[in-house]
Design a protein around this ligand. Structure first.
Ligand code: FES
Length: 111
């Protein structure tokens, strides 16, 4: 495991995701209560940033065609996307959010 700092807890806003970069990996981070999620910042349907989408609970909705992704699994819960996005391990240390981009939680290889 190789966690690197991605962002701070106080950067999260209700309903919004955060774009961050750890190493070469672009990330979309989202918060649902005490839980923080990190997924690759690219929709599996087309090459647009998921971080510009809307967060509702543990779901992130792509702004372009409206596919919703379960942030816990990376799986789409609505069309047109059919493929999951990569999800990454997150560790909160104090007020800082760390992400390990050397592995994925769901086994999906990032695009
Ligand atoms: S680009 Fe995300 S649903 Fe189409």
């Amino acid at each position: 495991m190789s966690f690197e700092r991605a962002c701070s807890l106080d950067e999260f806003r209700e309903g919004e995701a955060i774009a961050a970069k750890v190493g070469d990996q672009e990330l979309a981070l989202a918060r649902d209560g005490d839980e923080i999620f990190a997924v690759e910042d690219i929709c599996s349907h087309a090459a647009v940033a998921l971080s510009e989408g809307e967060v509702e609970g543990c779901t992130l909705e792509c702004w372009l065609h409206g596919s919703r992704f379960d942030l816990r699994t990376g799986k789409p819960t609505g069309l047109p996307a059919t493929e999951p996005v990569a999800t990454f391990p997150v560790d909160v240390r104090g007020t800082d959010v760390y992400v390990d981009v050397t592995t994925t939680l769901n086994g999906v290889v990032p695009q």
